[in-house]
Design a protein around this ligand. Structure first.
Ligand code: FES
Length: 160
């Protein structure tokens, strides 16, 4: 049996098999979810807000809880889409807006341009460059450092 999940603010509905994770629904809808950690509950790139129906999802597990504590934009109704399984009807999801660092193919091309969307840190979800701000060379080196941090962080977590 499938359940209907609503996606906000794009105002779409998606059908997710009962007990499948929310991420499968987002991907089926061709939303560009980065899955920096490969769907293992260790990054912020599948972070969503549950506007309605928190009780219709599987409970938060320990790893998800730990990751949500690091995400600076996390709120009471935050979940990681790769960890939250859809059990019942009535789920309404809001996807945070912004682009994660590793989505940017050629970061250097952005120098001297204004960021079209907020550029977000893939582990903490914090805004590294605000939409409309000019991207400078020093910002770019900061973004590159962030990418190194991410691979080191994921390798460390995997070994624990
Ligand atoms: S894809 Fe990384 S936490 Fe879900």
């Amino acid at each position: 049996m499938a359940k209907i999940v609503k996606l906000d603010p794009i105002n779409q509905e998606v059908s997710v098999q009962t007990n499948d994770n929310l991420l499968s629904g987002l991907l089926a809808n061709e939303l560009n979810v980065l899955k920096e950690c490969g769907g293992r509950g260790m990054c912020s790139t599948c972070h969503v807000y549950i506007k309605e129906g928190m009780d219709s999802l599987s409970p938060i597990n320990r790893r998800e809880m730990r990751t949500l504590e690091v995400i600076t934009t996390a709120k009471k109704f935050s979940r990681l889409a790769c960890q939250a399984r859809v059990i019942n009807e009535g789920v309404v999801v809001e996807v945070p807006s912004g682009m994660y660092v590793s989505q940017i193919d050629d970061i250097e091309d952005l120098i001297g341009r204004r960021a079209e969307e907020n550029i977000l840190h893939p582990l903490t979800g914090s805004v590294l460059v605000e939409a409309g701000k000019l991207v400078t060379r020093s910002m770019i080196s900061q973004l590159k450092d962030t990418q190194v941090e991410i691979s080191e962080y994921i390798a460390k977590i995997q070994n624990t």
